[in-house]
Design a protein around this ligand. Structure first.
Ligand SMILES: [Zn+2]
Length: 132
């Protein structure tokens, strides 16, 4: 399950930084590689820094596993992918910032983008990956 960051109560407790570690199920439609699926929940390890009640920085790693058929030879293939990600959340978002409202940072869109950036264009088995 994806936690939210309660910015106002964190600030009230003077918790300006923190760590979140959790797993969640990715949506199947995040993935557009044929014959491939997420074989386990996505795990996320994130650090946040609350700059003020309107701005939160996040960085960390998302890790997930893909399972399916090799895009080249159609034998069974499995890949584990770790991706370093970061994002800026703002109550007044501009450009590439994520928005948040009412003091709660919702991480779902950021996590979806992180996973989608991390996805390879295709899934290859070990033998085919070595030949690349
Ligand atoms: Zn292959």
């Amino acid at each position: 399950m994806i936690p939210r960051i309660d910015v106002r109560s964190a600030l009230a407790r003077k918790n300006y930084t923190g760590e979140l570690e959790f797993t969640f199920e990715a949506d199947a439609d995040w993935l557009d590689i044929p014959y491939t699926e997420f074989s386990a929940p996505v795990s996320a390890k994130l650090y946040y820094e609350i700059r003020n009640e309107d701005k939160v920085l996040l960085e960390g790693t998302v890790t997930f596993a893909l399972k399916g058929l090799c895009s080249r030879c159609l034998s069974e293939a499995e890949r584990r992918i770790s991706y370093e990600t970061e994002g800026v959340f703002s109550a007044f978002p501009k450009d590439v910032e994520y928005g948040f409202q009412n003091g709660f940072v919702d991480l779902r869109e950021f996590l979806r983008d992180s996973v989608m950036f991390a996805l390879p264009q295709r899934l290859l088995c070990d033998a085919c990956a070595e030949e690349e």
